[in-house]
Ligand binder design. Structure first.
Ligand code: AHR
Length: 503
C-alpha cells in the first residue's frame, strides 16, 4: 500500500480561480458545429437548428467560456460569410481542414447558442489571410452600439444590442508552418501589436490574447514568446499556450506523468512573461490563456482515411478511455495550481472533435452522450471554483523514460467561494491502493460531504452511446478523526473529496 499526505494552510493560497479556467472550444471543423451543436433535422433540435440534448450536456459539463470559430480554420475564414440571410451565404473551401464550409452557422447563431447555454464567447480574429482592417471591423460589428456602417449591419441582421464579446484572440498558432499565413515572430508580433491597438480603439473594454507557441516542442518556442511579447506587451492582456498529450507508445506510467510536462511548460512561459516585464520595466503582469489543451492521438490513424472536401467529415473523433480520465484529471489539477497566472483555459474541443461530448454520425434520433473525460472536467468545473490552496504533499515517486521523479499522488485543494467546504482532487498514479492523510492549518474539517471516485476499470475501457460505465461513483473509504481526514485511494484512480469546513 502506498502512503501519501497533503497539508493545506488557510493562509497559503495560490489564487482565487477565474471562472474562465473552465472554458472549452468550438471550431468550424469536423462535426463540432454541423452534426454537433447544430443539426436541424435532429429530434431534439430547437427552432434554430441547435440540438437541445447537446445543450443540456454542455450545461451539465459546466463550461464557462467557449473559444470560437477556430483554430486553424480561423486563418482562412471570412466572418462576413456567416452573416445575413442563410440562403445567401456562400459555400467555401476550408483550406485548414480541406473540407466544405456551408456557413449556415455564423456569429449570430453561435452567440445565441452561447447565450442559451450560459457561456461567454471568446471570439477570434483572422491573422492568416487578413489583419488589422478585418479585426477592427469585426469588433465594430460585434461590440459597437449603433450608427456606424458595421454596427448598423449587425442591427439589420437582427441583433439590436451589441454582442459585447469581452475576450478576443489575435489569430491562432501563427508560429506553425501548417498555419495559413504563417508568420515569423517579428512579422506576427508587429502586426498583432497594431491589430490590438486598432481593436482597443474601437472598444477599450475588450481583453486580448496574443499567440504563444503551438506547443512547447516547437523549434521556435521561447524565442517566439520573447519576440512577440516584446512587440505586444503594452497592448495585450494574455499570452496563449497550446498543448495536447497522448499515449501512442502505450506506456501507462509515462503517459500518467505528462502533467509534469504541462507544469514545466507553464512555468517556462511565466518566466518568459516576467523577463519581458522586467526588461520593459513594466508594472503590468502578463497573464496566460491556455486556450487549447487536451488529449489527442486516438484518431490520428483513422483521420488519414478521410477524403477531402466533405461537409462535416468525422475528423479528430478520439474515443477517450479510462487512462485518459486519470491524465485529464492531472492536467486539470495542473491548471488549478497555476491559477495565479492562468485566467482562461479551453479544453479543446467541446463536441465530437477531441471532445467530452459525442453525437452519433448521420443519426437524427440518438441522444448525445458523455465520453469518459466528461466527468473529471465536470467535477472540477463544479467544485474547482474558489481559492486554490498551496498543496504541501508528501508521497513516493517513480521514474519513467521521460520523467525523473513522478509523484505517485497528484492533488490539489480548493476552498469554495463561500468558504463552507474544501474540495480535494486527487489522482493516484500508482497501481496500488494509497493511504492518503489530509490535514489543515487554519481550517477545521467537519463531515465528508462527498467522496466520489473513478476507479477499477480496464484502462482502455471507453463509454459509448449504449454504455456509460466509466463515471464517478461514491466511495465510503474515508474517516475524519481529530480534525484530519484519512482516505483510501484506489490504485489508478481519480478522486473528488468534499469536506465541510467548520467556522
Ligand atoms: O483543436 C484542433 C486544432 O489543434 C486547432 O485547429 C489548432 O489550433 C490546433 O493545432
Amino acid at each position: 500500500m502506498q502512503k501519501a499526505s497533503l497539508r493545506i494552510v488557510r493562509d497559503m493560497a495560490i489564487s482565487t480561480v477565474d471562472k474562465r479556467l473552465f472554458g472549452s472550444f468550438v471550431e468550424h471543423m469536423g462535426r463540432a458545429v454541423y452534426g454537433g451543436i447544430y443539426q436541424p433535422d435532429h429530434v431534439t433540435s430547437d427552432a434554430d437548428g441547435f440540438r437541445n440534448d447537446v445543450k443540456a450536456l454542455v450545461k451539465e459539463l459546466g463550461v464557462t467560456l467557449v473559444r470560437y470559430p477556430g483554430g486553424n480554420f480561423l486563418s482562412g475564414y471570412n466572418w462576413e460569410d456567416g452573416i445575413g440571410p442563410k440562403e445567401k451565404r456562400p459555400v467555401r473551401t476550408d483550406l485548414a481542414w480541406r473540407a466544405i464550409e456551408t456557413n449556415q452557422v455564423g456569429i449570430h447563431e453561435f452567440a445565441n447558442w452561447a447565450k442559451d447555454v450560459g457561456v461567454e464567447v471568446n471570439m477570434a480574429v483572422n491573422m492568416g489571410t487578413r489583419g488589422i482592417d478585418e479585426a477592427r471591423q469585426l469588433v465594430e460589428y460585434c461590440n459597437f452600439d449603433s450608427g456606424t456602417y458595421w454596427s448598423d449591419k449587425r442591427i439589420e441582421n437582427g441583433q439590436k444590442e451589441p454582442f459585447g464579446f469581452k475576450t478576443w484572440c489575435i489569430g491562432n498558432e501563427m508560429d506553425g508552418p501548417w498555419q495559413i499565413g504563417h508568420k515569423t515572430a517579428d512579422e506576427y508580433g508587429r502586426e498583432a501589436a497594431e491589430t490590438a491597438k486598432a481593436m482597443k480603439l474601437v472598444d477599450d473594454s475588450i481583453e486580448l490574447v496574443v499567440c504563444g507557441s503551438s506547443n512547447s516542442h516547437m523549434p521556435t518556442f521561447g524565442d517566439w514568446e520573447l519576440t512577440v511579447l516584446d512587440h505586444t506587451y503594452d497592448y495585450v492582456d494574455y499570452l496563449s499556450l497550446h498543448q495536447y498529450y497522448g499515449n501512442p507508445a502505450n506506456n501507462l506510467e509515462d503517459y500518467l506523468a505528462c502533467s509534469l510536462d504541462m507544469d514545466e511548460f507553464i512555468k517556462g512561459v511565466v518566466a518568459i512573461c516576467d523577463t519581458v516585464k522586467a526588461k520593459k520595466r513594466s508594472k503590468k503582469q502578463m497573464n496566460l490563456s491556455f486556450d487549447e489543451w487536451n488529449i489527442w492521438y486516438h484518431s490520428n490513424e483513422q483521420d488519414k482515411q478521410i477524403k477531402p472536401w466533405l461537409i462535416a467529415p468525422p475528423q479528430l473523433e478520439d474515443q477517450y478511455n479510462f487512462e485518459d480520465v486519470l491524465v485529464l484529471g492531472t492536467l486539470l489539477m495542473t491548471l488549478l495550481k497555476h491559477a495565479d497566472r492562468i485566467k482562461i483555459s479551453c479544453l479543446a474541443q467541446l463536441v465530437n472533435v477531441i471532445a467530452p461530448i459525442f453525437t452519433e454520425q448521420d443519426d437524427n434520433q440518438s441522444p448525445a452522450w458523455r465520453q469518459t473525460t466528461f466527468y473529471p472536467f465536470m467535477q472540477a468545473a463544479k467544485y474547482g471554483k474558489g481559492t486554490v490552496l498551496t498543496p504541501l504533499v508528501s508521497c513516493d515517486s517513480y521514474q519513467t523514460e521521460s520523467y525523473d521523479q513522478v509523484p505517485y499522488l497528484e492533488t490539489i485543494a480548493v476552498l469554495s467561494e463561500d468558504e463552507s467546504e474544501v474540495t480535494i482532487f486527487a489522482v493516484n498514479r500508482s497501481r496500488e491502493e494509497m493511504a492518503f492523510d489530509v490535514d489543515s492549518l487554519g481550517l477545521t474539517f467537519g463531515e465528508v460531504l462527498e467522496f466520489s471516485h473513478m476507479a477499477g476499470h480496464d484502462i482502455k475501457a471507453v463509454n459509448s452511446l449504449s454504455s456509460d460505465a466509466i463515471k464517478p461513483i461514491a466511495s465510503d473509504s474515508y474517516q475524519v478523526a481529530d480534525g484530519s481526514l484519512r482516505v483510501t485511494l484506489a490504485g489508478l484512480s481519480w478522486n473528488v473529496i468534499r469536506v465541510a469546513v467548520k467556522s
